[in-house]
Ligand binder design. Structure first.
Ligand code: FAD
Ligand code: ZN
Length: 474
């Protein structure tokens, strides 16, 4: 046994004592699901996968790794789209899965808060809130498997950010195991707390590079009593931006979602998930909108109907389908929610999750499309996203399967076109999915040296050994 392995053997014994031998996985079949990312783009290796059951066990595991000088990769539902939860291929890290920390600790309806373990699946939290007569509004296509700890660590967005904000805005308190094993209990349920630095913000969106989140206090909202959902056919992104402003003027804060879908994106859903289609007419672009709150479904639907009739008259939209039931609304939502899955079935694509000032979105789409088509003939561009948040999913592939491999290999050239324009128009290279290992070099290119150095200083302070999710973000 070489010295490295004997060190590892000692660490493994300590970890087994901390969590119980059956929660320490070292066989390759048992570890495999944890070592590849959701898209199948990254494959890593690990000394072991360890599955602590509570905060004390996470602390013991982290302390043991820190003392052994061994790297740690926190993992939740493993739905990262940028390889953030996949360890490096060198196999020198311990992967810490928080899935067993899965209790709703407390619900305080009067305070409109819920205290939850980090390994709770997002959908479980939505259901728990609903049972208490409240809404937990974070909602995204991966909600059946992603976990709140992962949502916090990526500051996930999703389809209701327009109304309720992203994960950062939904969080009041955190409990975190720091890279040396210390536990910080910041589980406060306060909407006002001006007692120095707001430390929880450091860990939200840190992609597991500063510590392991073990619990959180999140905000709840009243369950909306009424919802109206519509699918609109629209000629251009410019008209979509104008319509968004009109919707906000008419419905104010009741506008819950405004999602842009290109016909190419919709075509993939129709091709691969034919169970979801609803009757929507052909159009180069589509908008899915939802208005919620107010007195009752009928009144809400009538108000939206009046708005849509005017939009049809003025030529702002060319067709509209207004859902007449919850089931119809779900079918419309499936067209939007299934785009990611349909793309996965279709094959690999180059993904960008960018944000821009909403006003610059039409110009971005026009210019970026033009430059990409010029550089890569026969390219397929799949554009959709949360136009109400200025966030686009802007993905590229070649329709011809035989050409796609070579195209994917040209990712740096594709990125350059997309990100240079994003940068020029005042946008960000990641609105939702984060940096992970996929965009690490891009981050260095587009953030100023001052900003990168501030990030590094924070990392050095909290994780001086550089053991927490190394190779991600920075
Ligand atoms: P993982 O993938 O396990 O981890 C993500 C990152 O967080 C990693 O860096 C990991 O190390 C870290 N991490 C995980 N748990 C912890 C913890 N407890 N403490 C510290 N670090 C931790 N994102 C959006 O923002 N909006 C969307 O609409 C959206 N839609 C998606 C749709 C699909 C089909 C898929 C597959 C992904 C989508 N995502 C979306 C990506 C998104 O990042 C995740 O779905 C989710 O937020 C990640 O949660 P997870 O539990 O799977 O985290
Ligand atoms: Zn998204």
């Amino acid at each position: 046994m070489n010295p490295v392995n004997s060190e590892h053997a000692k660490l493994l014994r300590t970890l087994a004592e901390a969590v119980g031998a059956e929660q320490l996985l070292t066989a390759s079949e048992a570890m495999a699901p944890h070592l590849e990312d959701w898209r199948g783009r990254y494959r890593g290796a690990a000394i072991a996968v360890v599955r602590p059951a509570n905060t004390a066990e996470v602390s013991a595991v982290v302390r043991a790794c820190a003392e052994a000088g061994v790297a740690m990769v926190p993992q939740g539902g493993n739905t990262s789209l940028c390889g953030a939860a996949t360890p490096a291929a060198d196999g020198q890290a311990v992967l810490i899965s928080v899935s067993r920390l899965n209790s709703v600790r407390a619900i305080d309806p009067a305070n409109n808060t819920m205290t939850v373990d980090a390994g709770c699946v997002l959908q479980t939290l939505q259901d728990a809130a609903a049972q208490a007569g409240r809404l937990f509004p974070l909602s995204l296509a991966a909600e059946g498997s992603c976990q709140i700890g992962g949502n916090l660590s990526t500051n996930a967005g999703g389809v209701q950010v327009l109304r309720y904000g992203n994960t950062r805005e939904l969080t009041l308190g955190l409990e975190v195991v720091l890279p040396n094993g210390d536990v910080w209990n910041g589980l406060r349920g306060l909407r006002k707390d001006n007692t120095g630095y707001d430390l929880k913000q450091l860990f939200i969106g840190a992609e597991g590079t500063l510590g392991i989140i073990t619990a959180a206090v999140v905000k709840l909202f009243p369950l909306p009593r009424a919802t109206a959902t519509a699918w609109l056919a629209i000629d251009s992104p410019a008209l979509a931006v104008r319509l968004l402003a009109d919707l906000q003027a008419s419905f104010g804060a009741l506008l819950t979602a405004c999602e842009l879908v290109s016909d190419v994106a919709l075509g993939l859903v129709r091709k691969h998930l034919p169970a979801s289609p609803a009757a929507v007419s052909a159009s180069p672009w589509h908008l899915l909108i939802e208005v919620s709150g107010g007195d009752g479904d009928d009144a809400r639907r009538q108000a939206l109907e009046v708005f849509l009739a005017e939009a049809l008259d003025s030529g702002a939209i060319s067709d509209a389908v207004l859902a007449q039931s919850g089931e119809q609304a779900q079918r419309l939502w499936a067209l939007r929610e299934n785009i990611g899955e349909a793309q996965k079935i279709e094959g690999l694509s180059i993904k960008h999750d960018i944000s821009l000032p909403i006003s610059r979105i039409p110009e971005f789409i026009e210019r970026a499309d033009q430059q990409l088509v010029q550089a890569f003939p026969d390219i397929r561009i799949v554009t959709f996203g949360h136009i109400g948040d200025g966030n686009l999913h802007y993905n590229q592939s070649k329709a011809a399967a035989g050409e796609n491999g070579a195209f994917i290999a040209a990712q740096p050239a594709v990125n350059r076109i997309v990100y240079e324009l994003v940068h020029k128009l005042g946008g960000s290279i990641s609105a939702e999915h984060g940096i992970g290992q996929l965009k690490r070099d891009e981050l260095l290119r587009y953030k100023s040296p001052v900003e990168i150095e501030m990030m590094r200083a924070i990392k050095r302070t909290l994780d001086p050994q550089g053991l927490m999710n190394p190779g991600k973000v920075l």
